[in-house]
Design a protein around this ligand. Structure first.
Ligand code: F6P
Length: 384
């Protein structure tokens, strides 16, 4: 086991709550071993900056320290409480351009790292894996994303906090919905996956949850079923409803729409009027259906990390450092049945790359899974 190590850490892809908590955990665990830690700014862009002389290795050194909080809180290490990434993160650009890749590889060499810890989602880990193969890097990957769509791990960092944020927003929207007898249509992030919509929808008391895995597009029949669900609620005396839609759900012509909730809100009104006009008594309650659309947006990537995400950060960070200490490189740290463990990247990455080539989500919601069944049994419409 090496006595001294010089390791790098970077955050790549979109930010999420808990990144700073992982950075803190890695700094603490590594410096306790007497290692040097270097924080690479803005993902792999930091290697380019280093190569171009825009920063020096010393600028990137991370020491264990408190932050300069005044008064009696002096020395408090606030990193684990803050969302975002103190290192910065980039989710644009692909260093497939050989000249750019070369600069990154040279920057890496310049820093003289023995190993790298890269915290990313499926997209950025795919990019870093290509670079790592070219540069023969020894690295450990840590999954993070509010979309929770990194395969081989049951949970990625940031997901739990995002579920809590959306759940809280649904709670808040419930009372204005109820006061105005309104149907609130709420658009939730997740890219091509419905995990965030499904988890938060159940926890937040949604009446309808639409996810790309079960309702890939807003066909007439899906909208009809949503209206029937509203009619049924009204027959039972409930005048308001919460409809959650994951951003990955398309328009009927399979077109993506960055404001798909607005389209759904309009269509619910149109179809309710149609059903009401049919004269069928079960739809007479749909006479006045008032809808409003809310895009929750980037607020879902923010907020102080939940206790679970802070614990996950601590455990993921420690596992990554332990893997490097054991010279057990090229692994993805994962959460598996309540435990932290790791998988070889040569098993994980081919699967991720294949799903990217085929344009599918690497870890979608299982339409036959327990959570979908639970939603159905709770009376939530989730598609057929
Ligand atoms: O992957 C995380 C995520 O927040 C997705 O849920 C969302 O579709 C996307 O990133 C938004 O990306 P940007 O920050 O570039 O708008």
């Amino acid at each position: 086991m090496p006595q001294s190590q010089r390791i790098g850490i970077l955050t790549s892809g979109g930010d999420c709550p808990g990144l700073n908590a992982i950075i803190r955990a890695v700094i603490k665990c590594a410096t306790h071993k007497g290692w040097e830690v270097f924080g690479i700014p803005y993902g792999t862009q930091g290697f380019i900056d280093l190569e171009l002389g825009q920063c020096t290795p010393e600028d990137l050194r991370l020491n264990e320290h408190g932050y300069d909080v005044p008064g009696l809180l002096r020395g408090l290490d606030i990193l684990q409480f803050l969302s975002g990434s103190v290192l910065g993160a980039l989710n644009k650009g692909n260093p497939s351009d050989p000249a750019i890749a070369q600069e990154i590889l040279q920057g890496y060499q310049h820093l003289g790292l023995e190993a790298l810890i890269a915290i990313g989602g499926d997209g950025s880990l795919d990019i870093i894996d290509d670079l790592a193969q070219k540069g023969e890097w020894r690295w450990v990957a840590i999954p993070k994303t509010i979309d929770n769509d990194v395969p081989y791990t049951e949970i990625s960092l940031g997901f739990d906090t995002a579920v809590n944020t959306v759940t809280r927003s649904l709670y808040d929207l419930t009372f204005t919905a109820a006061s105005h007898d309104r149907i609130m249509v709420v658009q939730v992030m997740g890219r091509d996956a419905g995990h965030l919509a499904l988890h938060a929808g159940i926890a937040g008391g949604a009446d309808v949850i639409l996810m790309p895995e079960l309702t890939p597009c807003l066909s007439e029949s899906v909208i009809d079923q949503v209206c029937r669900q509203i009619a049924q609620l009204r027959q039972g005396g409930r005048r308001f409803a919460l409809v959650v839609i994951a951003e990955g759900v398309c328009r009927p012509e399979w077109q993506k729409d960055s404001c798909i909730c607005e389209y759904l809100a309009q269509q619910i009104q149109v179809q309710s009027q149609r059903l009401c006009a049919s004269g069928d008594p079960q739809f007479c309650t749909l006479q006045e259906v008032d809808t409003r659309a809310t895009v929750l947006g980037h607020i879902q990537r923010s907020g102080t990390p939940s206790a679970f995400d802070r614990l996950l950060a601590a455990r993921f960070g420690r596992e990554a450092v332990d893997l490097i200490a054991a010279q057990n490189y090229n692994r993805l740290v994962v959460w598996d049945h309540g435990e932290v463990t790791s998988k070889p990247l040569d098993q994980v990455m081919p699967y991720i790359k294949q799903s990217h080539r085929e344009g599918r989500c690497p870890d979608p919601v299982d339409p036959q899974g327990r959570l979908v069944q639970t939603a159905r049994e709770l009376g939530i419409y989730v598609g057929e």
